[in-house]
Design a protein around this ligand. Sequence first.
Ligand SMILES: NC(=O)c1ccc[n+]([C@@H]2O[C@H](COP(=O)([O-])OP(=O)(O)OC[C@H]3O[C@@H](n4cnc5c(N)ncnc54)[C@H](OP(=O)(O)O)[C@@H]3O)[C@@H](O)[C@H]2O)c1
Length: 271
Amino acid sequence: MNTTLITGASSGIGEAFARRFAALGRNVLLVARSEDKLVSLCNELGRINSIRAQYVAMDLSQPESPARLFAETEKRGLVIDMLINNAGFGSMGEFTGLDLARELEMINLNVKALVDLTYRFLLPMRSRKEGTIINVASTAGFQPVPFMASYAATKAFVLSFSEALWEENRSHGVHVMALCPGVTETNFFLAAQVKKPPMRATQTPEDVVDTALRGLARSKSHIVSGWTNLLMIEAERLVPRSFVARMAGRVLRPYFGDVNKETGDKTDALA
Ligand SMILES: NC(=O)c1ccc[n+]([C@@H]2O[C@H](COP(=O)([O-])OP(=O)(O)OC[C@H]3O[C@@H](n4cnc5c(N)ncnc54)[C@H](OP(=O)(O)O)[C@@H]3O)[C@@H](O)[C@H]2O)c1
């Protein structure tokens, strides 16, 4: 049974992907840790669309999870013709002030699990000469981001990895694309334990899914969601990366630096 596998489908962008593809008549397999949310979303999607909505509740940051997930799809007889590697989270603050275990967990989820799942599901897609992989990167992947150093680096990895695989696989019938949202209205900042986000969300998860569909229709290697985000990225290409890093640092330091330069107070942006 042809099925779209969406990781991080219990909220935000992943949930919006699940709703959209179910509405388009595609069977979906949803993955995240929150089983209660996955159960109710699958029930709802299966009821209102004549599709099969299934879930696997698992923590993808655990090293054995991608292999277990792949085996589960084989056991259920699913043909994964579309993989959306969306599960991810961010961390914000001075690198040396962050929890190292959490930083490594983020790298495991945002990078290792994504590479592992891509490898496992790409092989059968290539043999069938058909398939699509969307890897959710970020506008943060285009530049160094002080106070979000490891998060931005994970997304730079996702962007570069996906663009390279786009070229390797397009003659094999498989489209690999990096999707690069900017700040989007989701639980992202909550998950990053930030009380007061430094930037306002300019897009909804549904806008981001619209962008992804446009990117797929145009066989893009990557696509940035939102015109203002795209303009910002294009402008940043014209100046040295050290200048971009300094500017981003200036904007984010009052939120995440040790001391708020304006008031001299410790920031309360971190929960
Ligand atoms: N929102 C933004 O501003 C923004 C901007 C650029 C890029 N992005 C990227 O967009 C993607 C989706 O994030 P979002 O904004 O939609 O945030 P979100 O609402 O917090 O969604 C994150 C999803 O990932 C799942 N997840 C988190 N840790 C997981 C784990 N260890 N194992 C399995 N699933 C896990 C969460 O479900 P459970 O908690 O139930 O596991 C949830 O379904 C992420 O890759 C993020 O980096 C977001």
